[in-house]
Design a protein around this ligand. Structure first.
Ligand code: ATP
Length: 962
């Protein structure tokens, strides 16, 4: 099948990813709903805030249009309790001039003639002089709203002075103007009563009326301009947090890596997210403006629709770009809410500062403005302020398209316009997205791999020819030097032969067309690093996970890679699939080198990978996964449906095709992963433990799938199931500690590395006329005879036995005696009471365990590990891990002229580490054995004392009795 290439493939991948984003958003309806419609809630809150403020300030005529102002006639002196924040007991007024009886009577009349409310004498306080009044006011603040100072100059002249607290105060949205409320009524009352006293007519008429100017609304409070920035920032935060977590989840779950392995273009990935979020942002901004208009905000009604919409759209888009950039710094999706919350808090604070004028006035420098404008919430706050100021009174026309580049006529401090803010939002958006892509490349991905810091300065990166070099570890971690490998020649003859063939082909530059993979000395060292934290310094040494692999994988064969945990199987697959860079060596996959970026992109088109852990989107169904991966692979659109249906049928997921993978069982997920690996007819398939977690029936079915898939392609399979390896593989390689230990087909491995042949002897049930106790005796006699027969002819003892069978393990080197032996045994079947004889080769599991144990022996020897052997006699010896024969120090005697030794039996614990499982009886060391002096010397190092004078551990002596 011809796969799509170039621009066509990019477009196909883009469409498939866009569809994936749409499906994820559709399945996560609650989050998408919040992203689109949370604005209605916040705008409703703004509406309530606006209403509450209007109600509070409603009493002040400044907030109203006054066309026919009402006159206030003879305003009375109000009670002192009416003053805001007054302290009780209080006085309506205090006065000086109490030495004069005439002044006293004027004050009495002021009290008595106060319109509508005569003032009781207790509510006024007389003083002799102004100085006394000042001293009293100083000592008793907030207890009196005004003071009158009278001076009787002569019989026809009385002068007076007025004193009041001139600070206007606001209380719960109401302003108190002390001049109008207290000073003028006192003034009117004082002048009225002085005039009456001077002309001697106590009923002299005196009417004063006060009236404000007719005026339009002088000021308004816009909740959108003041509280709006933080509310609209909160709306944008939904998109911000969701975007960060979507990107991180795909990184964290290695979904991006899986797509990259299938040949995904980064451009398609970023474009799909950008367009998807662009569309969501567009609708979200549209709803903000429509809801704002619905709630009748002047801000939304009087400014041009397009101008307001663009502010919200560009701001939200900018926040998405900001989220893209942040996602490079975060590795856990659970941190996205914390990051979102922190950005919101910082944004809220900087917005408050912005609303108070920083730094968009002449008082601040350009540098301050530039730095401030990099943070998108600040630009939003300023834009909302400009738009809100432009509609602050009904007379203000708002901002039209034609005016976006101009300052408002009354804005004398204007330093930034709406069009400047658009430019800032667009250019910083481009900056965030570029930084996001750059950081995404230079920060380690989920496999710890990253590009060099200046990768984009490499011309090869842009031309597509090379420049795809990758590094490992964090940017700021110091790498340790890579340890060199010692002797890398294999001990096993088959491995050596394979290695020689591959090496020769490599030397000759021969690319065998019948080979799918040629591995040339593949080495992988995971870098050790020193991470310097603020108060600690963590070190980890480099780890040699692959120590030089030389192997060929023919086409049309299934190669099974076995090995204990940590052997390096997954590392080998990761190197071959380009997930992790190789340290040394190379591999050719269908002639393409894994070390070249062009080679790797060709390789990715012809491989399929089923990773060790299922890499699936919870919210996508099996069918959607297959559509997505088939599209990324570049299968022609016309064939997608048929291919997907076929794949689903192959892995028996047709019925569950439309069910989201969240509801799949472990086995179903594995089957889907296998189907993904096989989609698009890849020429090489990597299956990393594909049947883990499957029940026996499903496992057998998947074996059928794999068996069928073998035709026309190479498969590399890793598994911990020996049965699986035995059934499926054409060739098996067992790895341990980063090296290939053996290679060959199953029979070859069993015959070379198994303990030998296994003979099961089953005994016939004793006849019915034999009593039970007699039956036991007969059976036991038969067993003994057979045991004797095996001992006599083959020198073997039973490995396992019970009432009805005996099991013997016959070593390979006794193979030549077997034909005759079994002929004789068959002839004597009746005599021995044998009902059945079964002869089989040792199992692959046994081979595996032997190889793993051998590798442990080698690594223990290489590392010089020691353990304690406690003999039955009670003596404890320090012996090297893996040593088989140990001479016991200071045991030379006339009976044992060469001393005494034991054979140590080694087993492996649950973690695969070597442990002593027992030891033989103490026996004399044979005379031919070369002995170290230590064995007989009484002053040997084995019983030396340490520097504290205490005796150190006694060391056993490793000897070779053969
Ligand atoms: N990113 C890494 N950084 C450091 N060491 C690593 C890294 N990945 C793997 N290793 C180490 O490399 C060794 C080989 O690991 P690998 O996963 O290849 O083993 P495996 O044979 O696939 O084991 P399993 O059967 O458990 O999957 C292990 O000791 C592992 O700890």
């Amino acid at each position: 099948m011809e796969l799509q290439k170039g621009l066509k493939l990019l477009l196909q991948q883009y469409k498939a990813l866009f569809m994936k984003n749409l499906l994820l958003a559709w399945r996560n309806k609650r989050a998408t709903f919040l992203q689109l419609f949370s604005s209605i809630f916040f705008i409703f809150l703004l509406f309530i805030v606006q209403k509450a403020i209007n109600a509070q300030f409603g009493s002040s005529t400044s907030f109203k249009t006054v066309r026919d102002p009402e006159a206030l006639i003879d305003p009375p002196i109000p009670p002192c309790e009416d003053k805001y924040y007054t302290k009780l007991p209080c006085f309506d007024f205090v006065w000086s001039g109490s030495d004069s009886a005439r002044i006293g009577s004027i004050v009495d009349r002021i009290r008595a003639n106060n319109p509508g409310r005569p003032i009781p004498s207790t509510k006024v306080k007389p003083f002799r002089t102004k100085g006394e009044v000042d001293a009293w006011l100083f000592a008793n603040p907030m207890t009196c709203p005004g003071a009158l100072h009278f001076v009787e100059r002569n019989a026809t002249v009385i002068s007076y002075g007025l004193q009041t607290n001139s600070t206007p105060i606001a209380k719960r949205g109401h302003y108190e103007d002390p001049t109008f409320k207290f000073a003028i009524p006192l003034q009117i009352a004082a002048e009225r009563e002085i005039a009456r006293s001077l002309i001697g007519d106590p009923s002299f008429s005196w009417i004063v009326s006060l009236k404000e100017f007719a005026h339009p609304v002088v000021e308004t409070y816009s909740s959108v301009g003041t509280a709006g920035p933080s509310f609209f920032l909160a709306i944008a935060m939904f998109g911000f947090v969701l975007q960060i977590s979507s990107l991180i989840v795909e990184k964290e779950l290695r979904l991006r890596q899986a797509m990259a392995m299938m040949g995904l273009y980064d451009t398609a990935y970023w474009l799909s997210w950008l367009t998807w979020e662009g569309i969501i942002t567009l609708f979200s901004s549209l709803f903000i403006v429509l809801f704002g208009m619905m709630f009748r905000f002047d801000f939304f009604l009087n400014n041009s629709f397009g101008v307001v919409f663009l502010v919200f759209f560009l701001f939200q888009l900018n926040m998405i770009g900001f989220a893209f950039m942040f996602s490079s710094f975060i590795s856990k999706s659970t941190s996205s809410t914390t990051v979102g919350f922190s950005v919101y808090i910082v944004g809220f604070l900087t917005q408050v500062v912005t609303i108070f004028g920083f730094p968009y006035t002449d008082n601040f420098s350009n540098t301050q403005r530039i730095i401030w404008s990099f943070f998108p919430p600040n630009l939003l706050a300023k834009a909302l302020q400009l738009l809100s100021d432009a509609t602050s009174t009904p007379q203000d026309p708002g901002i039209r398209w034609s005016h976006i580049g101009k300052c408002a006529p009354n804005d004398i401090d204007c330093i930034i316009t709406v069009s400047d803010i658009y430019i800032w939002l667009v250019s910083t958006f481009i900056l965030w997205v570029s930084l996001a892509i750059y950081f995404d490349n230079i920060f380690p991905n989920s496999s710890g791999v990253r590009k060099p810091m200046f990768y984009c300065l490499n011309p090869g990166y842009w031309s597509g020819k090379g420049g795809n070099k990758v590094e490992e570890g964090r940017i700021c971690s110091c790498m340790w030097s890579v340890p060199t490998l010692g002797n890398t020649y294999p001990d096993d003859e088959d491995v050596l032969q394979e290695e020689n063939i591959v090496k020769q082909q490599h030397r000759e530059g021969f690319v065998d067309p019948n080979l799918a993979v040629q591995i040339h000395g593949l080495e992988k060292v995971y870098p050790g690093r020193t991470n310097i934290g603020c108060c600690n310094c963590k070190r980890s040494a480099p780890y040699h996970a692959l120590k030089g692999l030389w192997m060929n994988f023919p086409k049309d064969q299934l190669f099974c890679l076995l090995g204990p945990n940590g052997a390096g199987k997954t590392t080998a697959i990761n190197c071959l699939t380009g997930i992790t860079p190789v340290t040394e060596g190379d591999a050719l996959i269908y002639g393409h080198s894994i070390r070249s970026s062009v080679g790797m992109s060709n390789i990715q088109k012809m491989i399929g990978v089923c990773p060790q852990f299922d890499i699936l989107w919870d919210a996508l169904s099996g069918q959607e996964h297959l559509y997505l991966f088939a599209s990324i692979k570049g299968l022609p659109p016309a064939s997608l449906k048929t291919v997907v249906q076929k794949s689903l049928a192959e892995v028996r997921l047709t019925e569950a095709a439309r069910v989201t993978s969240r509801s799949y069982s472990g086995g179903m997920k594995r089957r889907l992963s296998v189907a993904i690996a096989l989609i698009g007819e890849p020429k090489l398939v990597f299956l990393d433990e594909p049947t883990t977690g499957m029940d026996p029936i499903t496992r057998r079915h998947v074996w059928d799938v794999i068996e069928n898939a073998k035709k026309g392609r190479a498969i590399i399979l890793t598994t911990h199931s020996m049965e699986e390896a035995d059934i499926l593989s054409d060739r098996i390689g067992i790895m341990a500690k980063g090296r290939l230990r053996c290679i060959g087909n199953s029979i070859r491995l069993k015959s070379r590395f198994g303990t030998g042949y296994i003979a099961h002897i089953r005994f016939s049930a004793t006849s019915a006329n034999v009593t039970p106790s007699r039956e036991d005796v007969t059976a036991s006699a038969c067993h003994e005879e057979v045991k004797l027969f095996f001992k006599d002819r083959l020198d073997v003892v039973p490995k396992d036995e019970n009432k009805s069978f005996l099991t013997f393990v016959i070593p390979h080197y006794k193979e030549d005696r077997l034909t005759k032996f079994f002929e004789e045994l068959e002839n004597r079947e009746e005599e021995f009471g044998i009902s059945d004889i079964q002869l089989s080769l040792a199992t692959l599991e046994e081979v595996f365990l032997n190889i793993a144990k051998q590798a442990e022996f080698e690594s223990a020897a290489a590392e010089g590990r020691f353990t304690t052997l406690t003999l039955t006699s009670g003596t404890s010896l320090q012996i090297p891990v893996g040593a088989r024969y140990i001479g016991i120090p200071e045991t030379v005697s006339t009976e044992n002229p060469h001393g005494v030794m034991v054979e140590v039996y080694w087993g492996q614990d649950d973690a695969g580490a070597l442990c002593i499982s027992g030891h033989s009886n103490e026996t004399s060391i044979p005379s031919h054995v070369q002995l170290p002096d230590a064995l007989s010397s009484s002053h040997s190092h084995t019983s030396r004392r340490n520097f504290l004078g205490r005796s150190g551990p006694v060391h056993g002596i490793v000897i070779n009795p053969n």
